[in-house]
Write a protein that binds this ligand. Structure first.
Ligand code: NAP
Length: 281
């Protein structure tokens, strides 16, 4: 029987994941399909009840369900529990549901291979303290980052991430510093001296969005990673125009998808085919 996979989210018609995974299944001759499951927040329980009956073997999970699906997960690893968000689900042969987070794995691969940035000894400034920032900052600390600065318009989220990262015990050299969103002068100071600036917020997706900070202060020795993958944001465009190394989130999407594919099928993902399907810039 044809195996079913898909993306669980809500209002996600823009997603590029079906293109990417269907190309991979086709290339490897796997009898499977990847579809979009658009489920409103109130419909999660019913969806999970029908998962096995519907022959669904694996899922990616996106906005707004990355945290909500945790209640249906039977097993997860340490990294996933720290992040508190799941982006990949495997329905095992015995019916148990395993949850993973491959976003940060995709982030690290894109960071090192596409942006050619090594976190060791470097200072990193994060805009955003949500699920994506949690996974990415966790990896950067493990990778030897010197200092990590975090700001988010949701102050409680920033405080929680900084507290959680500080008590992890994975690094004695890295300080994690909260920068209040209203302290524009402090943001300017720390952004100016950061080696890497990461946008882990949706700000920049819409043309009407404001600048996260004054992009005029960017300097050539810095690197920029914007997790948004639907377009090159003004942050990426300005950084490139000023001669900085800067990437959008498309490579991260590709590599997190490749990792999910491996979890579902046990096979290495055909990266070149998936990249082609994404129309990677
Ligand atoms: P999330 O959990 O909603 O976290 C984003 C955080 O950013 C929220 O706390 C939000 O606060 C805050 N925020 C919004 N605008 C801000 C601003 N101007 N300044 C400071 N903070 C701001 O989202 P997520 O899952 O972490 O995802 C974050 C971004 O990464 C999204 O754009 C997503 O599409 C992208 N992403 C890309 C990939 C990829 O593969 N490329 C993978 C995962 C995520 P409020 O909630 O109060 O607005």
């Amino acid at each position: 029987m044809r195996k079913r996979y898909g993306l669980l989210g809500h209002k996600i018609a823009y997603s590029l994941s079906p293109r990417m995974h269907n190309a991979a299944f086709k290339f490897l001759g796997i009898d499977a399909s990847y579809e979009v499951f658009d489920i409103a927040p109130g419909g999660l329980e019913g969806f999970f009840k029908s998962l096995i009956r519907e022959g669904i073997k694996g899922l990616n999970v996106t906005i707004p369900h990355k945290e909500g699906v945790l209640q249906f997960i039977d097993e997860q690893d340490r990294g996933t529990s720290f992040i508190g968000a799941v982006n990949t689900i495997l329905v095992k042969e015995d019916g148990r549901i395993a949850g993973y987070n491959t976003d940060h794995i995709g982030f690290l691969k894109a960071l090192t291979e596409d942006l050619r940035f090594s976190p060791a000894g470097n200072e990193i400034f994060f805009f955003g303290a949500g699920g994506a920032a949690r996974g990415c900052s966790y990896l950067l600390i493990s990778g030897g980052a010197r200092n990590i600065f975090v700001t988010d318009i949701d102050t409680e989220r920033t405080k929680k991430l900084v507290a959680d990262l500080s008590t992890l015990g994975i690094s004695k050299v890295c300080d994690v510093i909260e920068v209040p969103a209203e302290k524009k002068d402090l943001i300017k100071k720390y952004v100016s001296s950061a080696d890497l600036i990461v946008n882990a917020t949706p700000c920049g997706m819409k043309d009407s969005d404001p600048e996260l900070f004054d992009y005029g202060i960017l300097s050539k020795k810095q690197s920029v990673f914007d997790l948004i993958y639907t377009k090159n944001t003004p942050l990426v465009e300005t950084a490139r125009a000023k001669g900085l190394k800067a990437i959008n989130g498309l490579s991260m999407l590709l590599y997190q998808g490749a990792e999910s594919f491996k979890i579902w099928t046990g096979k290495e993902a055909p990266i070149a085919e998936m990249r082609k399907a994404l129309g990677k810039r």
